[in-house]
Design a protein around this ligand. Structure first.
Ligand SMILES: *Cc1c(COP(=O)(O)O)cnc(C)c1O
Length: 364
């Protein structure tokens, strides 16, 4: 938090707009539209997960439809597929961005030609092959949902993430590049879809004086208090990306002479927001991610494992998983050999030196 957030909250208190609508909600949506491009519309919601849920409903996904989802991601990307009773099929990653591999997606459409939608995450703020994935979706008449929850501020081919799908998903959860404590947005160039999201998120109340309902609604709208935090945070989004980029550069520099360490890669035509810097250890190295995590933990420094792939999750046992080559999947390999490094923008140079020296000790 920087300070301006509180001013927007105070304004909501002073005007007594303490509700899931008001000037801050409108203002936050406008700020995001301006940021992503004037051709975009945004609906502020209570979480990114809600935004994903609504995107599937708006896309007309029904029970038993097949939906393809990233395998290597946070569970929130794909859980809403199950909320509507659709069938999730998980798609393996590539080594170039750790995101959904377009070749595996092609293969999935061969097996399930009638699949209705694809949801792709931009992992750790790194854009996926978004143009290619969008093209494959168009070819198969499938809806493309871009889960940009981790990648606000990143771009691909000079275009901001969140703009590539039929609908884009943003999150302002406590850990994201900007936060409102909790919150999310559904964004799209299609104004009708965004209006529909606002409608479904406010209990699908028809515009009649009495309480008229023709559809099942949800209580998913963002509160005007929370949106005030968002307006304040928007003023610092570019700064957050700049600081995250500095952290990434610091790690790059620090490990440049250690062949066993590679950092989470990205496509040349993309600019990640570097939400998290992650490392991967060479398969020939005896060092395991857990060794490093434990050594850092002893110094009270928190690290996180890579997201555990969805096809390995007990809750998704029995779901289909599509990979390009047989053997260990790319996602599982990254999970086994990878590690998320401390990437907080409040890290001082002293913090960074300490983290780096502990990690370097393993590779002497
Ligand atoms: C955080 C996150 C979400 C969910 O957002 P919430 O606002 O926490 O519900 C979805 N997908 C990914 C990839 C995320 O990291």
């Amino acid at each position: 938090m920087h300070g301006k957030e509180l001013e927007f909250i105070n304004e909501a208190f002073d005007t007594n707009w303490v509700a899931p609508l008001g000037k801050n909600v409108d203002g936050f949506e406008e700020d995001m539209q301006n940021y992503l491009g004037e051709d975009m519309c945004a609906a502020a919601l209570s979480s990114g997960t809600d935004a994903i849920h609504l995107s599937f409903i708006i896309s007309g996904i029904k029970r038993d439809d097949v939906v393809f989802g990233s395998d290597l991601t946070f569970a929130a990307t794909v859980n809403p597929i199950s909320y509507i009773g659709a069938k999730s099929v998980f798609i393996d990653s590539d080594y170039e961005s750790w995101n959904m591999d377009p070749k595996a997606l092609d293969k999935a459409f061969e097996k399930y030609p009638g699949a209705k939608a694809v949801i792709t995450a931009n992992l750790y703020g790194t854009p996926a092959r978004l143009d290619e994935i969008a093209r494959i979706c168009r070819e198969h008449n499938a809806v493309f949902i871009e889960d940009a929850a981790e990648s606000l501020g990143a771009s691909y081919n000079g275009e901001k993430t969140g703009r590539f799908g039929d609908m884009g998903i943003l999150s302002f959860n406590g850990n994201k590049i900007i936060t409102t404590s909790g919150g999310g947005m559904l964004v799209s160039k299609n104004e009708a879809d965004v209006k529909k999201a606002r409608f479904l998120a406010t209990q699908a109340r028809e515009p009649a004086r009495h309480y008229e309902h023709k559809e099942i609604g949800y209580n998913y709208r963002m509160s005007n208090i929370v949106a005030g935090i968002g307006r304040g945070q928007m003023l610092h989004l570019d700064e957050h990306v700049r600081l995250k980029t500095q952290i990434r550069k610091r790690y790059e520099e620090a490990f440049s002479d250690i062949e066993e360490i590679t950092l989470n890669p990205y496509y040349e035509n993309s600019e990640p927001n570097f939400w998290l810097t992650c490392m991967m250890i060479d398969e020939k190295s005896p060092v395991k991610p857990l060794d490093i995590m434990e050594a850092l933990d002893k110094e009270n420094i928190e690290t996180r494992p890579i997201w555990k792939p969805m096809h390995l999750q007990p809750v998704y046992a029995g779901r289909d998983f599509i990979q390009v080559k047989d053997g260990i999947s790319v996602g599982e390999d990254i999970f086994n050999r990878g590690l998320c490094l401390p990437s907080d923008i409040k890290n001082t140079e002293e913090d960074m030196e300490k983290i780096i020296s502990i990690i370097r000790r393993f590779f002497r």
